[in-house]
Design a binder for this molecule. Structure first.
Ligand SMILES: [Zn+2]
Ligand SMILES: [Zn+2]
Length: 199
């Protein structure tokens, strides 16, 4: 095995197992610990992995903890979340429909399902059949521009009567949010580094 192949293998193991000791890596690769140290040196320098008390693990920079939004990396508050199930059955958690729509657009071909929640009843609905309300005068304190989802036009309109806003269907909602983000990948909450501010 070439050093680069061993490095890839080490990273692959760490993605699954989080932490590995040097002796365990040496045993698995059937090379000396000296060789393991040489192999991981560039990974440490590139900050791909870090040393821990029990060995090495993936660096937290660029690594997404499982309780964060896949898109904006903000901690999930679970008030109005969205899930995306990919074709290989991975479940991605998104903090709100704003990130759900943008993430969907990024990985569209690999999406098997996008699951939203009706804002009033909290029932789950397929994102593609949902109604999306933007510009409502109601603040989730999540990503801007804010999007709320409803399972029927009736509920969306009821909410709209009280709080205003514009209703879109799935494809239109994606178009609209992309237009408003204007090519800017990061929503406001991202720039605040995870702790968003109540307005
Ligand atoms: Zn998000
Ligand atoms: Zn959000």
């Amino acid at each position: 095995m070439l050093p680069i192949e061993r490095q890839r293998q080490i990273v692959a193991w760490l993605e699954e197992e989080e932490t590995l000791s040097i002796s365990e890596i040496s045993r698995r690769l059937n090379v000396s610990e000296m060789t393991v140290y040489r192999d991981i040196k560039p990974l440490l320098e590139d900050k791909k992995i870090t040393k821990t008390s029990r060995g090495v693990s993936l660096a937290t920079i660029g690594h997404i903890p499982s309780n964060s939004c896949t898109y904006c990396l903000k901690e999930l508050n679970n008030r109005h979340p969205v899930q995306i199930i990919t074709n290989d059955q991975k479940v991605e958690q998104l903090c709100c429909p704003h990130c759900g729509l943008l993430r969907y657009r990024d990985i569209e071909k690999n999406v098997s399902q996008i699951i939203c929640r009706d804002f009033l009843q909290n029932t789950t609905i397929s994102g593609k059949l949902a109604y999306f309300l933007m510009d409502a005068d109601f603040h989730l304190n999540c990503c801007q521009p804010q999007v709320l989802t409803f399972d029927s036009l009736k509920y969306a309109e009821q909410f709209q009567k009280g709080f205003g806003g514009v209703i879109f269907q799935f494809e239109q909602a994606i178009e609209e949010i992309v237009k408003r983000m204007n090519g800017n990948r990061s929503c406001e909450c991202h720039q605040l580094g995870g702790s968003y501010v109540d307005k």
